[in-house]
Design a protein around this ligand. Sequence first.
Ligand code: PMP
Length: 362
Amino acid sequence: PLSRAWNFSAGPAAIPEAVLKRAQSELLDWNGSGASVMELSHRGKPFMELAARAEADLRDLMSIPDGYRVLFLQGGATQHFAQIPMNLTPEGGSADYIVTGHWGEKAVREAAPYVTARVAGSSVDANYLQLPARESWDLDPGASYVHITTNETIHGVEMRDIPDVGDVPLVADMSSDILSAPVDVSRFGLIYAGAQKNIGPSGLVVMIVRDDLLKRPGRPMAKIFRYAEHAANDSMLNTPNTWGWYLAGLTFQWLKEQGGLAAMGERNRIKADTLYAAIDGSDGYYRAPIAHAARSRMNVPFTIHEPALDAVFVKESGDAGLLALKGHKALGGLRASLYNAVPLEAVEALTAFMRDFANRHC
Ligand code: PMP
């Protein structure tokens, strides 16, 4: 019997078991210090070394070029919806947003007090079932940046091709697909992600930002909001989330042991293909509504032909050790999130359960 359930949560989400076990084994006495990592100063040498190693491992994993800073921040991705325009746009400036789902909408709303947030492309009229064609985007060459959400966690829509937006810096919310496959960081001005899907626990935001964007004057604001200040202080302007940083570091080491992002990308492709094939091959019993080209590898929303069975599915799958398959309340239905820490075995357990469920509730 498994001691832990297969966890399909959208976030906070599964953390690699090896990472949790390592953290457990050194919880009371980290690094021979006689204290847990949570109980030590962030300014002490052992933690500073941990922090530097985590950054170096992330740089290595993502092949982050020189000329980019890596920041370990707080506030969740939501705070940065607001803080990004504060830092990147002058008073009275504008920025372009490509909206492909719930989180893009929210990014626009939170940015609006600080910038003219233009929706330059959107698939709202298609109910976010597909991506807005690049040709339909109405980009302003004078925009301070173009914001995209590479993976929409609720709608299950993923932008796999990095769009060409000319000389305007591309800013990407990668909260739910960072580290899921190799990505060409040099194509972006700024990448940010809440940690609680593919990095570690909530309460930590990882940001990768090109140096020139840190030199933008932004607008008058407290130091604590200014990314350049965080960069100048190696993300220790104030007390960072040390526990989150530690677990992120362990996850980066785990990812390197797994073969890095190319290997993860291949595993994630196989996992997603396995689940979509089970849905598409169910003769309409299950349905995945998203257009094939836009289907997310990380979050798979699906429905049952008879919506009254949703609750039964959630209950029975939970009893079978398959956790958190209930769809987001905005969409209903079901959703399986397949982040890095979810193994193929879990997806196979889910597809076997789905076949069995369909046989029992025809
Ligand atoms: N962006 C995306 C793509 C997300 O999935 C989420 C959280 N699910 C957020 C932003 C918001 O993150 P947070 O709750 O950390 O502010």
